[in-house]
Design a protein around this ligand. Sequence first.
Ligand SMILES: CC(=O)N[C@H]1[C@@H](OP(=O)(O)OP(=O)(O)OC[C@H]2O[C@@H](n3ccc(=O)[nH]c3=O)[C@H](O)[C@@H]2O)O[C@H](CO)[C@@H](O)[C@@H]1O
Ligand SMILES: C=C(OP(=O)(O)O)C(=O)O
Length: 421
Amino acid sequence: MDKFVVAESGPLKGEVAASGAKNAALPILCAGLLSNEPLHVTNVPKLWDIGTTKKLLTQMGVDVQQPGSHEITINAKSITTCIAPYELVRTMRASILVLGPLLAARGEAHVSLPGGCAIGARPVNLHLMGLEAMGAEIKLEGGFIHAKCNRLKGAHIMFDTVTVTGTENLMMAAVLADGETVLENAAREPEVVDLANCLRAMGANIVGDGTTTIRIQGVKALHEATHSVLPDRIETGTFLVAAAATRGCVRVTKTDPALLDAVLVKLQQAGAVVRTGTDFIEVDMQGRRPKAVNIHTMPHPGFPTDMQAQFMAMNCLAEGVGTIRETIFENRFMHAQELLRLGADIRIEGNLAIVAGKERLMAAPIMSTDLRASASLVIAALCAEGQTIIDRIYHMDRGYEDIEGKFTALGARMKRVTNLM
Ligand SMILES: CC(=O)N[C@H]1[C@@H](OP(=O)(O)OP(=O)(O)OC[C@H]2O[C@@H](n3ccc(=O)[nH]c3=O)[C@H](O)[C@@H]2O)O[C@H](CO)[C@@H](O)[C@@H]1O
Ligand SMILES: C=C(OP(=O)(O)O)C(=O)O
């Protein structure tokens, strides 16, 4: 199993390009199931989750081509089965995103229930409730969701919790439904908007994405389209927080500052000079130690839960005491245990973490527990005296493209080691 060996690195400096967003690319590739014509997707990040999605689609008989290193073309005309097996679904929760498109385009879907994930229970009841309201018959059996329908019917759906993949699944289901679907209390995340842009390019009729009410008028069929995935705001934010924690100066290019409002406010509060252009963001700490910030995670446009762990790592090194309240997932503080091993001062009270900053941390063997937890451990390890070994970095490979290549280009002293005991 691969590990990272990370040494204290001093201020990170330089420029790094953001990849395409994992959480936009995954639903967009699944949207390829909605058409019998090709969907060409560009700016696709090179990640394990993308590899898993390619396998998932390929084993359904979908033609998946990779014409360039960051390009994928999907053609679902050749689909042979509507089964998403446990072996693949258990490695990636986002596999649930095949459910809506399969039902809408093929009238059936057999999708393994996504397994328990480290950050919370993550039920899919709202996805199923919406599909049932659209006329699907759903049975849960043997750990599988078995769903079938004739043509789905438009429906008025009210989410009682904001759900990102739930909104995406139902939006994809609705584009081929008979009549109008209205999604209320819909997720406003930029990845939802990117999916809607892709679906519109395929011929879908959607308005209101980016607001809490999305209206979809079903059409008979979708057609060939090309779509470029939007930049990864979480990857972007991860490098910016790493710059702040290490007292460095980093410019992230090929990104979009408009996607990171809530994160940039917190970096400014931490004392960073933030410079932005149309496609770049620069965080310059001018050698200063960051100041602790208070974080409260919220659905977009609030502060993203996917940036919470990275800010906890920064707070561990900051001047003062910062509080972090996690309101989206009930078990998303597992990185705290590992940060404590590096000598951090963190107290957890329910969904609140109280972090008192220290001048520096001390190296220790630590373990990644989930994707963004891994990112926080790398940030902390860059500031820890000695050599930190981070185990189970496969979590990080799920969602960060060439993470060690990008970090080392900024001056991080880190390397990947295989089979290190
Ligand atoms: C692939 C992808 O895009 N993943 C993102 C997506 O996950 P994901 O879409 O799985 O997260 P949701 O937005 O659905 O979850 C938000 C909350 O709603 C609850 N819930 C959700 C669905 C449901 O049917 N019932 C229910 O109770 C969840 O348990 C959670 O407490 O949004 C999360 C919140 O921004 C991000 O952390 C993930 O990175
Ligand atoms: C939690 C995440 O991903 P997923 O929903 O795929 O587990 C994430 O991207 O931080």
